[in-house]
Design a binder for this molecule. Structure first.
Ligand code: 5GP
Length: 122
């Protein structure tokens, strides 16, 4: 496991030390509203295990954890009625990905046409 910081904000949300607006939970994952939404629907899905990023997760997590997490992402979107007309998932990884919180999270964005994937150069 890569240098996981047990005091990161999503670890605290998983331990119920910080509140969140939960939209889905199962044995593998928790999904909750992003505090600073970038679209009409902006949900974060996090695995329950201590994984820093998608890189860490795909290298170290079990097949069950990976399958369970991906199912939870899809299930969350279905429960929010986003599958049709569609939505976007996004995961920022590391420095160039501009990941802010060092616990793997997949963003689910939707609720309107989202436009091109990358608008412009930084
Ligand atoms: P990143 O840039 O790491 O991919 O995304 C981190 C996301 O976490 C951001 O979209 C930010 O708004 C969200 N976020 C940061 N702190 C909190 C928090 O305390 N609660 C919730 N619900 N979202 C948070």
């Amino acid at each position: 496991m890569t240098n996981y910081d047990t005091e990161n904000i999503f670890a605290k949300i998983l331990r119920d030390e910080i509140p969140c607006t939960k939209v889905y939970e199962d044995e593998h994952a928790l999904a909750f509203e992003d505090i600073n939404p970038q679209a009409p629907r902006h949900i974060l899905v996090i695995p329950k295990g201590p994984y820093v990023s998608l890189d860490d997760f795909t290298a170290a997590a079990s097949t069950d954890e990976i399958a369970g997490f991906m199912r939870a992402v899809g299930e969350t979107a279905r429960r929010l009625n986003l599958a049709n007309p569609g939505y976007r998932i996004l995961a920022n990884i590391g420095q160039d990905g501009m990941q802010e919180v060092p616990h793997l999270h997949v963003h689910i964005l939707g609720g309107r046409p989202l436009g091109p994937m990358l608008k412009s150069d930084p």
